[in-house]
Design a protein around this ligand. Structure first.
Ligand code: A3P
Length: 304
């Protein structure tokens, strides 16, 4: 069956499914040439887990004393434009010079699983912020995204086909569960350098989670900032409601590798899977999640 954009170019490399034309080369260049710095902040995600949101939140948190909320760069720039995609930039610019030219602290985003980064990079001290999400919502979000990315001449991908591929681990940077586990284990082993966040927690209690984030990044909010409502301002600025309605994010421009700005925003909700997945799909996905994650995160995601 023609699975269109979802499967085009995907092949397994070092245990993960990556696009042969882009992601593998980017990964190899990162593994061989990227020199990390102790001040680096690296946002890591499996696609569709909240990369755009966390890009905005980390950018706003780190730079909160540099900008006024009324004229903030996030009002006129897509979050992708403000936070370089590590493996994308290293590939497109064909060298590390662009990344080396960025001022410290560098703030980068990646989809590379933790286990594929070289040890030399992990021990050099960059901080990793990982955000993961209920695989049932990730599947639906990926399927909807694949439909937008599908070239018109390709047939649509059915949810059933997307489901089969996802369950078999065949999706960009999949298997999804292995990606989550690589960062979960790292966050237990070195909690000072890997922060593990959960999309559902961020939605439920954004203020608490943004404060956690700021503390982890070594920039806790002062009592004065808290009194002045700075945390609330950051959460509001980066909310789905705000970002998705900004002109820049509604405009058909591609800031990141052919992905148009509006494609990064769809519903931004918890539990949209209930509108799409059949009971059989839910049962099978839950079973895989239970087995693969050995029970971790299952309560959060109501895995039965
Ligand atoms: P949905 O397709 O479920 O709506 P990524 O940025 O990793 O590609 O993830 C995209 C998902 O995050 C999409 O999920 C998108 O709508 C959602 N999203 C984007 N911005 C968000 C925000 N500010 N708050 C919450 N969710 C957001």
């Amino acid at each position: 069956r023609d699975t269109g954009w979802w499967l085009s170019n995907l092949c397994q490399y070092q245990g993960f499914w990556l696009s042969s034309s882009h992601a593998i080369l980017g990964l190899m260049l990162v593994q061989d040439h990227f020199m990390s710095k102790p001040t680096d902040i690296i946002l890591a995600t499996s696609p569709k887990c909240g990369t755009t949101w966390l890009r905005a939140l980390i950018f706003a948190t780190i730079n909160r004393t540099s900008y006024d909320f009324a004229t903030h760069p996030l009002l006129t720039n897509n979050p992708q434009a403000l936070v370089p995609f590590l493996e994308g930039h290293i590939r497109v610019n064909d060298s590390t010079s662009f990344l080396e030219s960025l001022p410290s602290p560098r703030f980068l985003s990646t989809h590379i699983p933790y286990s594929l980064f070289p040890d030399s990079m992990k021990t050099s001290g960059p901080k990793f912020v990982y955000v993961c999400r209920n695989p049932k919502d990730v599947l639906v979000s990926k399927w909807k995204f694949a439909e937008k990315m599908r070239p018109k001449e390709m047939p649509p991908l059915s949810l059933q086909d997307a489901f089969e591929l996802f369950c078999n681990g065949v999706s960009h940077y999949g298997p999804f569960w292995d990606h989550v586990l690589s960062y979960w284990k790292a966050s237990l082993e070195t909690p000072e350098t890997v922060l593990f966040l959960i999309y559902e927690d961020m939605k439920r209690e954004p203020l608490v989670q943004v404060k956690r984030l700021a503390e982890f990044l070594g920039k806790p909010f002062s009592p004065e900032e808290e009194r002045e409502g700075v945390v609330q301002e950051i959460v509001r600025l980066c909310s789905f409601k705000n970002l998705s309605t900004l002109e820049v994010n509604k405009s058909i421009i591609s800031t990141e590798y052919f992905v148009q700005n509006p494609y990064f925003f769809r519903k931004g909700e918890v539990g949209d899977w209930e509108n799409h997945l059949t009971p059989e799909m839910v049962a099978r996905l839950d079973q895989i999640t239970k087995e693969k994650l050995e029970g971790i995160l299952c309560d959060k995601w109501k895995v039965r």
